[in-house]
Ligand binder design. Sequence first.
Ligand code: GLC
Ligand code: GLC
Length: 657
Amino acid sequence: MYEQISHAILNDILDELGPDLNQRDLRHFYVRLGANFYAIHSLFTHLYGDRDDVYEQLKALIERLARAHGDRPDELRRVDMVREENHTWFLSQELVAMALYCEGFAGDLPGLEERLGYLSELGVNMVHVLPFLVGPEGARDGGYAVSDFRRVDPRVGTTEDLRRLSESMRERGMLLVLDVVVNHTSDEHEWARRARAGETEFQDFYFLFDDREVPDLYERSMPEVFPETAPGNFTFDEASGKWAMTVFNNYQWDLNYTNPRVLIEMVDVILHWANHGADIIRLDAVAFLWKQIGTTCQNLREAHLILQLMKDCCQVVAPGLLFIAEAIVAPVEITRYFGEDAVIAKECEIAYNATFMALLWDGIATGNARLLSRGIQSLPNKLDRATWLNYVRCHDDIGLGFDDADIVAVGYDPDAHRRFLLDWFTGRFDGSTARGELFAANERTGDARISGSLASLAGLESALETGDDEAIDLAVDRILLLHAMILSYGGIPMLYYGDEVATLNDRSYRDDPAKAGDSRWLHRPVIDWQRMDRRHERGTIEQRVFASLQRMIAIRKTIPAFADFNNRELIDVAHPSLFAILRTPPDLSGEPVLVVANFGLEPVVFDTAEVGRRGLFRYGSVVDLHSGDVLDLEREPIIVPRCGFFWLTNRRPTGAL
Ligand code: GLC
Ligand code: GLC
C-alpha cells in the first residue's frame, strides 16, 4: 500500500520535472531512484511530513539528484558499476590510509600531487585530505569552519588542482577521502551572512533565538565540546542581536536539519565532491546532527534518519561512494552509525574506531593490556558490509571515552584512572616519558582530553632530550607496536602524516593567535622534506620507523586473514601484559594468524595452551609473518619482547615478503 503511494508520488514528481530533466542517459538514474525512492520518501515524510510544503521539498530534492546524476563524469559512473558488482571491496586487507593536511604535508594541492610517489613508497593507497575549503581568516578550526562548501581556499589551490589530484590518484589506484562538514558552517558562510542581515529564509538554516529563553532550556542537558575556548553552546551575534547555536567554536553555527532545505543543500554538497572524484566522504560530527531540548543533543534517532537519507540519495547518484562516520561516541552508540539493518550498512560504511584507539593508548600508559582486552569486548560486532577506521593518532585529540564499567571490571577507579592517564600523557606522572598537553580541560567536571604527536606521546621527545638510547629504542618500539595493532585488527588502518617518520610535537602554534587556544595544533605538523630524506639513511630514527612501517604495510596486504569480515576473536592468554587476537581468513582456506602483543616493559613467555587447542601451532613450529622468523616450540618457548608483537601463523602463505 505505502509502496504504491510512494510510487505514485514518484511518478508525479518525474512527470512534473520531466521537461526540465533534459539530460543524457537517465536510465540508471530511474532504476536506482525506483529502488531507493520508497526509503527516501518514508524518511523524508517521517522528518518533514508535518510541513505544508513537504511535497515541493521532496521534488526539489529529486531534482537535485537528477542534476547531480547528469553531472557525474563517465569515468566515475564506471567506477560505480565496478563497486556495485563487488560490494564488499573496501573490507580488503589491501587498503591502507593516511590522513593529512595538504598545507602541512606538501604546501598545497599541486604539492600533494607531487608527493603521491612518497605515499606509494610507504604503501598508502587511500588519502584523507583534511579540509581545504574557504574559511574565515584567523581561527577556523583546522578547516572545519567552512565559508563556502564549493570553493577551495586559494592558498592551497583551485578546484582544477583537486580534479587533477583525484585523477592522478585514480591512475595510481589510490582512493581520495574528502570531508563534508555537515553539522555547521562558519559564521561567514553566505547563509549566515544573509541570516544576519535579516533574511528569515536563511535564519531558518540555523538555530537563532532572540533571547536566552530557549538557549537556556537547551543548555540544561547539553554537554560542552570545547569548554575552555568556547564555553556553552550558544553565541550572541552582535549584528543580528540573536543567539546562535554554536556547539563547537563560537564562529561555527550549527545547521538546523529540521529545515528540509538544509538537508537538500548538504546532500547536494556531498554529491558535488563525489562528482569531483571523492571515493569516500567523511561526514563530520554526525552524532550532533539533530538537536532536541531535554537531551544531550547527541546520537538522537533523527540524526540516524538523516544519515540514512543522505546514504539513500547517494545510492541513486553515486552508488560507489562510501561514507565515514566521524562519531567519537561510546561503543554501544558507535555501531549504530553503520545503520540498523542486519547486514548492509544503511548509514555509513566506515566508522572511526575511537574506542580501540583510546584503549591502545591505555595499554601504553599502564604497560598492560587489561583494559584493552576488556574494553574490546564492549565493542559490539559490526555489520557484515561495514568496517572500522583504525587509527592511533589523527588531527584531533585523544578522548578517554572508555566505559566506566570496564574500568571498574579490571580493578581501577574510573576517576582516578582517568586522572592517571591525563598525568601520564602530559608527563606529570612520576616516571612518565610522554610529552602531551591537555585539550579541552573542563574545570567544572575535571574532564580533559589529550593532544600530542604519536612520537612525543610514546616517549621519543624526552628520550632524545636525554640522549638515552634505551629510551629511544623503547619509544620506537611503541610506535611500531601501535601501528602493528591498527594494521592487523581488521578494518582500514589510517596513519597520520608525520608519524611514519616519528615527528615530534610542534609548539609553534602557541605564537599564532589563531591557534594558541587549541593544543591540537601540537600535532598538526609542517613536514620538513629535508628531514624526510633521512628515511634513506640507515640507522636514523626516520629510517627505522619508516622502513619498519613500509614493511609491515607490505606484509599486511598479503595476509587475507587481515581483511575485515568479523573474523576476529579475542584470545585469553592469561597474562596482563599480553593482548592477543586470532584472525581467521574469510574463506577458511588459508591459515589463521595470531596477533600477539606485549604492552609491558618486560619480555613475557607466551603460554600457547589456549591457541594450541584451536589448531594453531599444530606443526610444532610457527612463522612470525612480520619478521619472517621461524619459532620452534619444541626447542624453546615463545617470548614476546617488551612492547613487541608477533603475527604468527602455521605456515608461511605464498606471496608474503
Ligand atoms: C570534527 C573534526 C574536528 C572539529 C570538529 C568540529 O570532529 O574532526 O577537528 O573540531 O569536527 O567541526
Ligand atoms: C569531540 C567530538 C568530536 C570532535 C572532537 C574535537 O570529541 O565528539 O566530534 O572531533 O570533539 O575535539
